[in-house]
Design a protein around this ligand. Structure first.
Ligand code: FES
Length: 90
């Protein structure tokens, strides 16, 4: 289980959930297209923590940013991304 902190809240990723899916579930304003590391549309600033890529993404990932569609948090992460809509945690 990985703890994720954003500008507005913090939550735990569920088993088998990608970081992108977790951000969507909790109402965050994250963009995407391919959902598999090709396009770079989901680039998100990483403020703290470290992620890993099980398969190296084809999209360019600048220093200090991550691709939440295809990375896995290797430790608790802090992302510079806002919530669009605050949803109740189940
Ligand atoms: S949605 Fe395309 S790289 Fe993440």
């Amino acid at each position: 289980m990985s703890r994720v902190r954003t500008r507005d809240l913090s939550f735990d990723l569920r088993a088998g959930e990608t970081l992108l899916e977790g951000l969507e579930r909790t109402g965050h304003a994250v963009e995407y297209q391919c959902r598999s590391g090709y396009c770079g549309a989901c680039r998100t600033p990483l403020l703290a923590g470290r992620v890993e890529y099980p398969h190296p993404p084809l999209a360019y990932v600048p220093e200090g940013e991550i691709l939440p569609c295809c990375c896995r948090p290797a430790e608790p992460v802090s992302l510079d991304i806002p919530v669009l809509e605050i949803k109740r945690q189940a």
